[in-house]
Design a protein around this ligand. Sequence first.
Ligand SMILES: Nc1ncnc2c1ncn2[C@@H]1O[C@H](COP(=O)(O)OP(=O)(O)O)[C@@H](O)[C@H]1O
Ligand SMILES: [Mg+2]
Length: 247
Amino acid sequence: MREQAVAPGGGDVSVTPAVSVNGLSSGYGSVAVLHKVEFTVGHEIFAVLGANGAGKTTLLATLAGLLPVFSGSVAYHGTDVTKLAASESARLGVGYVPQEASVFPDLTVLENLTVGGMIGTRPHEERLEEVFETFPDLRSKLHLRAGNLSGGESRMVACSRALMQDPTVLLLDEPTAGLSPLYLELFFEKVAEIHRTRGVSIVLTEQNATQALGIADRVMVLSLGVGSEPMSADAVTIDLLREGYQI
Ligand SMILES: Nc1ncnc2c1ncn2[C@@H]1O[C@H](COP(=O)(O)OP(=O)(O)O)[C@@H](O)[C@H]1O
Ligand SMILES: [Mg+2]
């Protein structure tokens, strides 16, 4: 069922999903990778699972406004962003943490965070303190060059930079890819905590299905660019995952 958008002149915003993806197709050049993907995200953690090459990164980059939409639409809180630039989505409260290292290596940790804090008007210090509440380890690393951090630390900085934007929707592309088991556990906990304490809606892609299911409310399995019907994380069975992971 399609939730209604906010009616002109005001309406019940409680029924407007944080994210609405309708018949979304996108890809590279003229090659479609995503085929009519369809889901909505409310105040929840929504996990997109799928094997390597399934189209998870393509989906999140499209949602972030970095890839052109071939057909279909994307809306945040009822505002259609299909034709808007990525910077416009960011202003609407969409934080995006790409899969690949996304810190500025030559800037310090503090400078990296400052870049994120350029959006919005809430005092910078206040936002920084909240970031330290989530990632206390960063406080002692503020003046280090981001390029000298470990993989896990640099992932924390990338995530914190998105949080500095005061997002209402956070797009996390395989946040645990390549992390050591210790950081992997920590990161899943942090994602759940960010959702709980900040009330941010989260779209997360993952190959670590078991852990993702542990924190997600609902799940969609992406297979060769085709999305399954979203389902409750509790309802996902091993058979279903096996089916979805065949590419
Ligand atoms: N820059 C690109 N140009 C062309 N094809 C790409 C590009 N990036 C990814 N693809 C293709 O898109 C498909 C989905 O890739 P991707 O979204 O990275 O999957 P996942 O993140 O699930 O591993 C793959 O077939 C991949 O080869
Ligand atoms: Mg990927």
